[in-house]
Design a protein around this ligand. Structure first.
Ligand code: FAD
Length: 415
């Protein structure tokens, strides 16, 4: 009897994680991917010798699933400074993690831009997040902003640190994202900091793809519709499969399968990232700069080559500047440059603009607001499965978990 056939639609992290688990179990499959490369929302481009990620993105090495699935050594992860430089009222203030940068923390003890009460509550939150390894579902389902206020943090701390820092992570600055997500991510930052792969974020999906069995990945192959045991390619070709895993984003899943319980999603969250380069001297730390005034447009910036010089030609710096949302303005580049002169000095006026990425639907909205008591169901109907960040939680970790769970469901139904 021929072995059952498996088709995966999408080679983002969730599709690749699903493929990886199937390959480990010795089950053959084919992945159909619309784009010209793997990675989905985790991709990088080469531009004039620079490596530009499609949107500023970090890997938190404490992510439990990422630790299981990825070979961190192979990714050559480069840590970012644990803390931030916050631009507030015309000057930069250093916030340093006292456990990793005790001297910096000591030197900034007298800086009252963060009230004493908040320094104390930060230590308490630090303690509370110690053993967290996943989404903390014992926490009440509430907005992050309310959670932080209830915890005792002042409005000053919310505005000067949490709003720009987690606003950049959630891609919304009202902090209405579920406190369960906040607490998980806070614990991940606490337990392992943030890193970038030395050669760009694309190294993550590339590492997963390299282990796929030969011939199992079909790029430039968009799927136009999905039915039980059948997918239709853009070319009109119909592929029959005993098991179909839909590993696309929430909006595409809804488009491909409007009647199978995939709800019509709310519009997703957007971000805009402008990359600049310079050969002039810049501060040398791999630290995140934050907009503590919340005046924008840039919410956070980083000299990426301070973490990994490999991202640029020799002697060049690569600077990423990130905006929450997708503003439409012809003057955006000029306004960003002007803001960066306040953060980095007048030299920013001479920075060379490399590229602007405007990423709509960077993150799904609904799964961020309410995480519920469990992930969404993986099995839509017998033989039809789904995975993706919107099924689990919106992160690299969530996408990897959901892919593995979809593979487990397929393997389970095969006995
Ligand atoms: C700018 C940005 C910054 C982020 N920052 C972070 C961060 O710092 N840390 C973190 O943990 N997470 C971050 N995330 C979230 C994280 O990247 C995502 O949660 C994760 O990559 C989602 O993976 P996925 O497989 O669920 O979906 P996707 O990556 O969207 O994969 C879906 C795949 O399906 C393919 N596809 C779509 N339509 C079709 C079709 N019709 N036929 C065939 N294939 C199709 C797509 O091309 C894509 O490859 C960020 C995301 C973005 C965009």
């Amino acid at each position: 009897m021929p072995s059952p056939t498996i088709a995966i639609v999408g080679a983002g992290l969730s599709g690749l994680a699903c493929a990886r688990a199937l390959a480990k179990a010795g089950r053959p499959f084919t992945i159909y991917e619309a784009a010209d490369g793997v990675g989905g929302r985790v991709r990088s481009d080469k531009v004039d010798g620079f490596t530009l990620d499609r949107g500023f993105q970090v890997l938190l090495p404490a992510y439990p699933e990422a630790r299981r699935v990825l070979d961190y050594e192979g990714l050559h992860l480069k840590p970012l400074y644990r803390g931030a430089n916050v631009y507030f009222k015309n000057s930069l203030h250093r916030l340093a993690d006292p456990f990793h940068h005790p001297l910096d923390a000591l030197m900034n003890l007298r800086d009252t831009f963060i009230p004493w009460r908040d320094k104390w509550h930060t230590l308490m939150l630090w303690k509370e997040a110690a053993g967290t390894m996943g989404i903390e579902r014992r926490l009440p389902e509430m907005e992050t902003e309310d959670y932080l206020r209830d915890f005792g943090f002042t409005e000053a701390m919310l505005d000067r640190f949490f709003r720009p820092f987690f606003g950049g992570v959630f891609l919304e600055k009202d902090l209405r994202t579920s406190a369960r997500m906040f607490f998980f991510l806070y614990a991940m930052f606490r337990n392992g900091g943030a890193t970038i792969p030395a050669h760009g974020i694309q190294a993550i999906p590339d590492q997963l793809a390299v282990a796929l069995p030969p011939g199992s990945l079909k790029l430039n192959t968009p799927v136009t519709s999905v039915r039980k045991n059948e997918i239709t390619l853009e070319t009109g070709e119909i592929i029959r499969a005993d098991h179909i895993v839909l590993a696309v984003s929430e909006d595409v899943a809804h488009r491909l399968l409007p009647d199978t319980g995939v709800e019509k999603p709310k519009p997703g969250r957007s971000t805009t990232c402008l990359y600049f380069s310079t050969d002039q001297a810049l501060p040398s730390e791999s630290i995140l700069y934050l907009d503590g005034d919340n005046r924008g447009p840039v919410n956070n910036a980083c000299v990426l080559t301070n973490a990994s010089p490999k991202l640029a030609p020799k002697g060049q710096h690569l600077i990423s500047t990130s905006i929450v949302g997708a503003p439409s303005s012809n003057e955006l580049e000029d306004v960003v440059r002007e803001q960066m002169t306040r953060w980095f000095g007048p030299g920013a006026r001479q920075w060379k603009h490399l590229r602007t990425y405007q990423i709509r639907n960077a993150q799904p909205e609904s799964r961020q607001l309410v995480l519920g008591d469990s992930a969404l169901s993986t099995v839509l109907e017998p033989g039809l499965y789904r995975c993706g960040d919107y099924v689990e939680d919106v992160s690299i970790n969530g996408a990897l978990i959901s892919g593995r769970k979809a593979a487990e469901a397929v393997l389970g139904s095969m006995g």
